[in-house]
Ligand binder design. Structure first.
Ligand SMILES: C[S@@+](CC[C@H](N)C(=O)[O-])C[C@H]1O[C@@H](n2cnc3c(N)ncnc32)[C@H](O)[C@@H]1O
Ligand SMILES: O=C(O)C(=O)C[C@]1(C(=O)O)C=C[C@H](O)C=C1
Length: 242
């Protein structure tokens, strides 16, 4: 098998709930770019948004950082003084690799990598908060409080970049977009078995919501502008401005 290639669901198995464990961390770059349409564009644009919206003397948070792709894009585009990037993930396997990745690049500002639940960390002096496909892994009842905490920790004019897999209210469109996503996976070399076993593994772990639910939550938390800047099939990224 090719090193770093995701073959986790390639053989028939008893399906356990999906976890960001050692096996997933080892193949994560391959898994995410073959699973999320537009992932490279999203990471690149997160870098651009940090370049535009980061403020002097502020923090940039990458919540659910996995291997640090968004933090690295942020650090490459950061052009402000006295900033710090704080990357957080509660998977020890991800954090260990994230530390290696972030240390391997020369960064314009310090990157601190914390192994913790994002619900435990303080958000302070934030100009940009990134949640790139992380909120969907929190229990639905925990989502309002984390968004409220992020809003409270953002500086005036600060932004939250929230990327999520979505479900759609219209049943026919919803199925069509799911089908297009599965076809995207097939074209990236995943088999029917891999697609269906991963779908089962994610079922109770990743509870996805509609764009309207996210928009409502963000507006209720106090964000003044909420816009979807990216969408491909059932994957989207939102920028919310304080
Ligand atoms: C789909 S991955 C995120 C991808 C990453 N942001 C990127 O851009 O490459 C979701 C990550 O969120 C982390 N995660 C999920 N729930 C978390 C929590 N409550 N606290 C911290 N990290 C969490 C997982 O360990 C996983 O690494
Ligand atoms: O593979 C899928 O269907 C996904 O939903 C991809 C997704 C996500 O959206 O966060 C799920 C788990 C991880 O493998 C990385 C990406």
């Amino acid at each position: 098998m090719q090193a770093g290639k995701d073959a986790i669901y390639s053989y028939p198995q008893t399906i356990e709930p999906f976890r960001f464990d050692q096996a997933v961390a080892e193949v994560f770059p391959d898994m995410i770019q073959r699973s999320v349409p537009g992932y490279a564009t999203i990471i690149d644009t997160i870098g651009q948004l940090v370049g535009r919206c980061a403020q002097d003397n502020s923090h940039i948070y990458d919540l659910g950082c996995s291997l640090g792709a968004a933090s690295l894009a942020a650090s490459k585009n950061l052009n402000k003084t006295n900033c710090k990037i704080i990357a957080v993930d509660n998977s020890a396997a991800m954090v260990e690799r994230c530390r290696l990745h972030t240390k391997a690049f020369k960064s314009a500002c310090p990157i601190e990598v914390l192994c913790d639940d994002i619900q435990n960390i303080a958000i302070k002096k934030a100009s940009v908060v990134i949640m790139n496909f992380t909120l969907q892994f929190l229990a639905p009842e925990e989502r309002n409080s984390i968004i409220a905490k992020i809003f409270a920790g953002l500086l005036p004019g600060g932004i939250l970049i929230l990327s999520e897999k979505l479900q759609h209210k219209d049943a026919v469109s919803n199925e069509l977009l799911i089908d297009l996503h599965h076809e995207f996976k097939r074209r990236n070399g995943y088999s029917e078995l891999e697609i269906s076993q991963k779908r089962s593994a994610l079922e109770d772990v990743m509870r996805i919501e509609s764009f309207e639910s996210h928009q409502q939550r963000l507006l209720s938390a106090g964000f003044v502008e909420v816009n979807m800047w990216f969408k491909c099939f059932n994957f989207a990224s939102i920028v919310a401005i304080k």
